[in-house]
Design a protein around this ligand. Structure first.
Ligand code: 13P
Ligand code: SF4
Length: 326
């Protein structure tokens, strides 16, 4: 039989090696009883090899309940640390040791101690994008999916919110009765986006719905139709059955799950330029080969002192007892 080489879709070398790596990763994960978690910002092929894809809150809950021998966390360092703290008997691996987080790095135990000295009466609410040591000093953690409920749960009229100033300002708008001191950290990936950039994209798409992550600046959040965590973006789309186009103000990896779930809708990145600026270099440092190596060689293992884990777990468990906002 003659094969029509012009019409046959021939996989590229890259696609062939991705398919083969995916097959090997799944086989090794089965042999080693490993559970692979991936954040919504990971590269598409890394999301596709995972057992579960989600936001920080969803992945923390998954990490807490798994009985797998190995947890492979395709995300950034603080997320893998959180998985270790919540499930300390498991071996937790971060496939690429360079997967840090600029926002988490913006707060250290020393800088938090300094802010705590300035606000001694305030309860400390720390965003999950922080190190285990910083969590260990905090009263409670929060994520973008539960920050308002966490702040309300404290029955305190004075809160020190760390480290993200945009998420903090967004929470403050919803709880004006609470006095919030807000640390001055920000995520460079989200901070680069301006309301004017989003307005420009919207000008060409007047019927589009804007969905933004609360790590964006307030001029972006002010024009958004919805503000929520990454996974909640998937359910927010369902609120608009007649809308055809959505402008997404967060890291570009989010488009993968949105396009997979809603193949009949169009998703445009909010700066109008896929992966140009809304691209987290830490999230994108992990590739399929790293995941394969991580499983094969059992690298890079997350190790923390028992003391830090015990203290950080208190702040995380308090958070997990609070329901999601979105
Ligand atoms: P989510 O918890 O909404 O997935 O966000 C995590 C994050 O790092 C955002 O930059
Ligand atoms: Fe950290 Fe920002 Fe990357 Fe999220 S997008 S992991 S907050 S640097």
């Amino acid at each position: 039989m003659m094969i029509d080489l012009l019409t046959q879709a021939v996989p590229t070398q890259n696609e062939r090696s991705q398919t083969e790596l995916t097959r090997r990763i799944r086989q090794l994960a089965k042999e080693k009883n490993a559970f692979i978690l991936a954040h919504n910002y990971q590269a598409a092929e890394v999301q596709d090899v995972a057992d579960v894809v989600g936001d920080s809150l969803g992945l923390s809950l998954e990490a807490k309940k798994t009985n797998a021998d190995l947890i492979i966390f395709c995300g950034v360092h603080f997320m893998a640390e959180t998985a270790k703290i919540l499930n300390p008997d498991r071996k937790v691996l971060l496939p690429n040791a360079a997967a840090g987080c600029a926002l988490a790095n913006s707060i250290t135990p020393e800088s938090l101690a300094d802010w705590m000295d300035r606000y001694p009466e305030h309860k400390v609410v720390t965003y999950i994008n922080s190190s285990a040591e910083v969590k260990a000093m905090s009263d409670i953690c929060c994520t973008s999916a539960n920050a308002v409920s966490v702040v309300r749960s404290l029955s305190s009229d004075k809160i020190l919110f760390t480290p993200d100033r945009h998420l903090g300002a967004w929470v403050q708008k919803q709880v004006p009765e609470i006095e919030m001191a807000i640390y001055d950290g920000a995520c460079p990936t989200h901070d680069v986006l301006r309301g004017a950039d989003v307005k420009k994209v919207k000008e060409g798409l007047p019927d589009a719905i804007i969905i933004a992550h609360p790590e964006c600046r307030d001029d972006v959040l002010a024009i958004a139709d919805e503000v929520c965590s990454t996974t909640a973006m998937l359910s927010r789309v369902e609120k608009y059955p007649d809308a055809k186009t959505f402008i997404i103000a967060t890291e570009s990896g989010m488009l993968h799950q949105l396009r997979k779930k809603f193949s009949d809708k169009e998703f445009i990145i909010a700066d109008g330029c896929i992966g140009c600026r809304l691209h987290c270099p830490y999230m994108k440092v992990t590739n399929l080969f790293d995941v394969y190596q991580s499983l094969a060689k059992e690298i890079y293992e997350i190790k923390l002192s028992e003391r830090t884990m015990d203290d950080a777990r208190k702040a995380l468990e308090r958070m997990l007892a609070v329901p999601r906002d979105n």
